[in-house]
Design a protein around this ligand. Sequence first.
Ligand code: CA
Ligand code: CA
Length: 431
Amino acid sequence: MTYLSLFSLKRSFNPKQGGRKMKGKITFIIIATLLLSACGGNELLGNSKSALASSQNRYIVTFEAGEPVSQATVKNNGGQVLRELPLVNGLSVLLPQQAAVHRIKALKGIKSVEVDILVHATKPPTGCIPWPECKDDDVTDPTPDPEPDPTQEMPWGVLRIGANLAWQTAKGAGVKVAVLDTGIYAGHPDLIVAGGVNFVSKNPVKPANPNQWSDDNGHGTHVAGIIAALDNTLGVVGVAPEAKLFAVKVLDKNGSGYVSDIISGLEWAMANGMQVVNMSLGTNSDVPSLHMAVDAAANAGLILVAAAGNDGDGNPLTNEVDYPGKYASVIAVGATDSSDVTPYWSSEGSEVELFAPGVAIYSTWNDGSYNTMDGTSMATPHVAGSVALLLSAGISNPRALLMQLAEDLGPLGFDDSYGYGLVNPDGALGL
Ligand code: CA
Ligand code: CA
């Protein structure tokens, strides 16, 4: 089985210096695979048949290029259309029986019938091998770090990549960044959320409420703060503090979601003028419709950034890079610590383009407080924020510049352990 995961883990201690207490115990987010029936979308088409309401029956049906998308194809085979997926010329559907899958696959004009993978969050990088077999249902430590600092601190990752130096030139002003994640808590005093959308529904035969994009997990709010926490007198500051954050909720409170919801999230991003897409999630499965969707978004000019994954084994000869980061149209990001060392759990492979801080990252949390997390989930928004900095400086090819002007790590030049190196936005801006 394959899953999409959030690539992070939460720690219950505060790493800051200066006498803040450490609780001592490290608690990781470990969330089970839940066969929750959740589907996204603003439109629900077809009959409501609760008997079909099982996530195990969810599929993505795609039609050949140029072929019209036919809902009747699904309905005539006893299925139910959840919503259209124009980005892949297809449909998100429920199909009651395997026989219907085979029948539809055999029809003229059908390109594919894929299982709509159930996605979930996530495993810890340590202490749980092999994943996902070792998942459990300990939901996240409910106790976030205590009150924020009375004054703003600069997280080590923001300093390490030189974002604060880049601010002489650009702070991300006006650049629209879509965070495809568990939502964002808009009430956080250190964040401004410009808008959002929700594709996650608790009931698969009912449409999702598009306005319910607040974060019921915490992961999305943490990622958002790394990108664009405000430069004020409070808490932390993000890489691109003047970028415009948009919450695209494609993962539920357990960090679970469907590939079809991510496809719809990408479609929303394109339709709403997003310039950067942060995906701190992934799967070890190559899903053709997801591939098609990220390619379409990239071809439309969006810069897509995704986590490499936390499945690394410390052996550069084995490739664990997850999708969609593994696709060429997406920037895959690995993690480094404050000594520029890549933790063994950061997935390795030649597709990992850039590295960024992903260990002991302090950022905003969905209760208005702050939290510390590890993972390539945390590295990814350092790159998305860097892209926003470059775009706000008027640079038209941020991906190429970030590759060319990365801070080389490990062997000279590109290598499978460190890609092009550490993301370096001030260097890319010529500073
Ligand atoms: Ca702040
Ligand atoms: Ca490896």
